[in-house]
Design a protein around this ligand. Structure first.
Ligand SMILES: [Zn+2]
Length: 144
C-alpha cells in the first residue's frame, strides 16, 4: 500500500497504539532514495524514546529488487524494531547472522499483522453492510 505523509501519520498513530508504543514520541517522514539509501525504511531513536521513521517514497519502490513495496508493512517493521529494541539491545551486532534472522522475523510478523488487520477491516465492512441492508429491509413496510 502506498502512503501519503498524511496517511502515514494516521497509520503510525494506529500501530503505535496496537503495538503499545504510546510512550514513544515518533515522527514519520517519506524520503527519496538518495536520502534513505539502499533500503525501504529506516529508524533512528534515542534513549528518551524519541524516534523518527523514514519510509522510501512509493515512486521509488522497486518490486523487482525483492524489496517490500507495501509502505504500511515497512512502517510496522520499523515500529517492531522499537518494540524489540530493549530485548536485543547490544546483544545482536548489525553484521551478524542473528541480525539477519531478527530482520526476517520482524518482516514476517509485520506482514502477518498488516494482513490480519486488513482482513479484520474487510470483515468489519461486510458486517456493517449486512446490518445496513438488514435495517433497510426491516424499515420497509412490506418487510415480513
Ligand atoms: Zn529491519
Amino acid at each position: 500500500m502506498n502512503l501519503t505523509l498524511e496517511q502515514a501519520v494516521e497509520r503510525l498513530a494506529y500501530w503505535q497504539g496496537v503495538l503499545r508504543l504510546l510512550d514513544w514520541k515518533i515522527q514519520v517522514q517519506i524520503l527519496p532514495r538518495y536520502l534513505i539509501g539502499d533500503r525501504v525504511g529506516a529508524t533512528e531513536w534515542n534513549d528518551l524514546r524519541d524516534a523518527r521513521i523514514s519510509l522510501l517514497h512509493w515512486e521509488e519502490l522497486n518490486p523487482s529488487a525483492l524489496e517490500n513495496t507495501d509502505m504500511e508493512i515497512t512502517l510496522v517493521h520499523e515500529l517492531l524494531h522499537l518494540r524489540f529494541r530493549d530485548s536485543v539491545k547490544g546483544l545482536i551486532p548489525d553484521d551478524s547472522l542473528h541480525h539477519d534472522a531478527l530482520e526476517a522475523a520482524i518482516e514476517a510478523v509485520a506482514q502477518a499483522l498488516v494482513e490480519m488487520d486488513r482482513e479484520r477491516g474487510k470483515l468489519y465492512e461486510q458486517t456493517r453492510e449486512f446490518e445496513t441492508d438488514w435495517l433497510d429491509r426491516a424499515r420497509d413496510p412490506d418487510f415480513q
